[in-house]
Design a protein. Structure first.
Length: 273
């Protein structure tokens, strides 16, 4: 078990821990950090794009739960030498991204800090939440989009190179329309934030099931974190319906495995520790 999961285990006595968001009275509540030096470097992105991605990676948890995000709380810690114009650009990225998803920013906190660190809390309505538990033997597992480019582009940036302005590492694409339309057919779901193999480990622990892969998945694909695509599972009888919705919403969908009663071992290194 990696250090991050080991720490989280100390709080698993709560029945609210274990999904992309906690469910409280038909509201899904989630929070993620977006820290300079851990998730990004200032030289990689504009301040507008930093604000945009900080909001998107938090909205991703609500989307993954089949929830409708409504409100956001912000904590922004920033260097004292940031100009008012720079602060305005950062705020514009946060605000415009929130507005695009119908989210109202209702408060939070700001403070001085040696570097730029952001934390966002999302409150979302979730009448029919999509959870990580409920996987059954024989269910098909699939992911949306194309995995692997986020890790590839991160490695290029770490080496001092550049990436495409539309890189998914810089600009995640959330699959809100696909999840909303397909939710009635989906057994479980979560976003791929730590990498496919890491997130399969979470499904394995939550359901005590392993996976029969239909074809080998390279580590460069399975270990690529910060993809923010969807990992879903569904009864094989619903495959045609799920594929039809994927086509309708222009969502690439790869069915890659079947749930089975067997062990599972994650072969990737932890990202955050």
């Amino acid at each position: 078990m990696n250090r991050e999961d080991s720490f989280i285990r100390h709080f698993e006595s709560s029945s609210l821990v274990g999904d992309d968001a906690a469910i409280l009275n038909n509201m899904c509540v989630s929070q993620d950090a977006f820290f300079e030096g851990v998730h990004f470097k200032r030289g990689w992105m504009s301040l507008y794009d930093i604000g945009k991605k900080a909001m998107l990676v938090n909205l991703s948890d609500a989307v993954a739960m089949n929830a409708t995000p409504r409100y956001a709380l912000l904590t922004v810690a920033m260097p004292k030498d940031m100009t008012r114009r720079e602060m305005a650009e950062l705020a514009r990225g946060l605000r415009e991204t929130a507005e695009a998803f119908g989210v109202e920013i209702i408060g939070g906190d700001t403070l001085a800090n040696p570097k730029l660190d952001l934390s966002v809390t999302i409150l979302a309505e979730c009448e029919r939440p999509l959870r990580r538990t409920g996987l059954k033997e024989g269910d098909l597992l699939a992911y949306t989009g194309k995995l692997g480019t986020s890790r590839r582009d991160l490695q290029r940036l770490l080496r001092g190179g550049g990436v495409s302005p539309v890189s998914r590492f810089l600009h995640p694409v959330l699959r809100q329309a696909f999840v909303a339309k397909a939710a009635r057919y989906l057994r479980v779901g979560m976003d791929i934030s730590d990498g496919l193999f890491h997130d399969l480990e979470k499904l394995h622990r939550a359901n005590r099931l392993g996976f029969d892969f239909f074809a080998p998945i390279p580590k460069r694909v399975g270990c690529s974190g910060e993809e923010y695509e969807m990992l879903v599972a569904f009864d094989a009888r619903h495959e045609k319906a799920v594929r039809r919705i994927a086509a309708q919403t222009r969502t690439p969908l790869t069915i890659f495995a079947k749930a089975a009663r067997k062990p599972y071992r994650n072969v990737c290194r932890a990202h955050h520790f």
